[in-house]
Design a protein around this ligand. Structure first.
Ligand code: MV4
Length: 449
């Protein structure tokens, strides 16, 4: 590959993950950082680092003008946005393009199309990835909502077209609840996204969240890297993910991957992406959303496929073909990820930023810890509380769980409170061990709100 330089428009563990991939591809790296991150590891690991502003994200990691300036000053030809921040901002992707900078991610029109959940559902249905039964498109008023709900049967769920992540969502259990439910969901959607449009679906009571990782080259070639089970969530924040899912057998996996490939190839998707499905208790699966970014939980897929998703994503953006075929992909063993947050699980997961006085890394066979922390590092209160991702691989799910348990016991983080004790409880939970999980798992077994 030609000599190139890329700028990483992010911070924390994902910035480091991107720097590592870039280095292995012989690319030079430019970190950007806010004043709160002057001592952060990503600024030290990159070849160059540019301070782009004060701590608030809108003045730094979300400030498009400053980020583009940093790329121009340092001569970076490409920008990787990571996850969060500007990663799903179609306008940012367009501005990069118009400045002659490669946006390492999907085409702007795909980011935009998938950001509109009604449009995404419509598009995917056209390619044979059926969504959950409900309204065809927007519902404009309470009368129409009631009419559709009667047809599909209660309970139903109202969702924001611009939504995702649970905002502007309302479960409606009978006709009496529709009026208030509709008004609240609409108001929330308008406040959160500036877009009040809603759609309606049959509510699935105890679904699993199953997602398929894809890589596309933009010319209709798409590979699927198996599925991830992400049902263990609290307030729409994933806490534990694994691959493969215990609920998916060979036959179902084939169907899920075929569906994901057909739809992403159909739209000509380029880059790494994730197709989210909801699966009901009878193992019917429905398309829910497409995430047009590299995701936090991508390492579990890397561990079972042996494929470096970040490197593939960067290579695709720089115009290379995907270096393997669908038939080359072999899933080996089982991987689990625990997100370690600087939060107090005993106090409703309240953030606990502060100084890390001592740190010991978990090690040994099958253990990976993606983190930006080190002894002496102070976690700023300005950003989210993810401080590391512990990923354990084993030949079987039970071996991966045993490895996760011993790694959670091995790791030492002193000076702050973390979610490590919570993860140990889950790893020792009988239902988790047997694979009896759903998006209701934490509510039902841990009395969390
Ligand atoms: C649903 C659902 C049940 N039925 N849709 C939550 C976030 C948003 N992306 C979609 N979500 C859901 N949509 C229907 N028709 C249940 C959820 C849901 C959920 C989904 C995935 C993971 C965790 C969840 C927790 C609560 C609700």
């Amino acid at each position: 590959m030609r000599f190139e330089k890329i700028l990483i428009a992010n911070r924390g563990e994902i910035a480091i993950r991107i720097i590592r991939a870039a280095k292995e591809l012989n690319l030079k790296t430019v970190a950007i950082y806010s004043e709160a991150d002057a001592d952060a590891l990503h600024t030290r690991l990159a070849d160059e680092a540019v301070c782009i502003g004060p701590p608030p994200a809108r003045d730094s990691y979300l400030n498009i003008t400053r980020i583009i300036s940093a790329a121009e000053i340092t001569g970076a030809r490409a920008i990787h946005p990571g996850y969060g921040f500007l990663s799903e901002n179609a306008e940012f992707a367009e501005i990069c393009e118009s400045c002659g900078i490669i946006f390492i991610g999907p085409k702007p029109e795909h980011i935009r199309a998938m950001g509109d959940k009604i449009k995404a559902k419509e598009t995917f249905a056209k390619f044979g990835a059926a969504g959950i039964p409900g309204s065809d498109g927007e519902i404009e008023n309470i009368r129409d909502a009631k009419k559709i709900a009667l047809k599909i049967g209660y309970p139903v769920i109202l969702k924001a077209a611009a939504g995702g992540g649970g905002k502007g969502m309302r479960i409606v259990r009978d006709e009496d609840e529709m009026e208030s439910g509709f008004r609240i969901a609409q108001a929330e959607a308008k406040a959160a996204f500036g877009d009040p449009r809603l759609y309606i679906e049959k509510y699935i009571e105890k679904p699993r969240h199953i997602e398929v990782q894809v890589l596309g080259d933009g010319e209709g070639n798409v590979v699927a890297l198996g599925e991830r089970e992400c049902s263990i969530q609290r307030r729409h924040q994933k806490l534990i993910e694994e691959s493969p899912s215990v609920a998916v057998d060979e036959e179902l996996r084939k169907k899920l991957m075929e569906t994901a490939i057909r739809a992403s190839a159909g739209i000509g998707y380029q880059s790494a992406g994730t197709i989210e499905f909801l699966m009901d208790e009878n193992k019917n699966f429905y398309f829910m959303e497409m995430n047009t970014r590299i995701q936090v939980e991508h390492p579990v897929t890397e561990m079972v496929t042996g494929i470096d998703i970040l490197k593939e994503q960067i290579k695709i953006a720089l115009g290379e073909k995907i270096s393997f075929k669908q038939d080359d992909i072999k899933l080996r063993g089982h991987a689990i990820e625990c997100r370690i947050n600087a939060e107090d699980p005993e106090r409703n997961f309240a953030p606990c930023p502060g100084k890390i006085t001592f740190f010991h890394m978990p090690q040994g066979i099958g253990v990976r810890f993606d983190t930006h922390i080190f002894a002496g590092y102070t976690i700023p209160y300005t950003y989210d509380s993810l401080i590391g991702k512990l990923i354990c691989h084993g030949n079987s799910r039970l071996e991966a769980i045993a490895r996760m348990k011993r790694s959670l016991e091995e790791i030492v983080i002193e000076g702050i409170t973390t979610t490590i004790p919570f993860h140990l409880k889950v790893m020792n939970n009988e239902k988790f061990i047997s694979g009896d999980i759903s998006t209701k798992f934490l509510e039902e077994n841990f009395k969390l709100k």
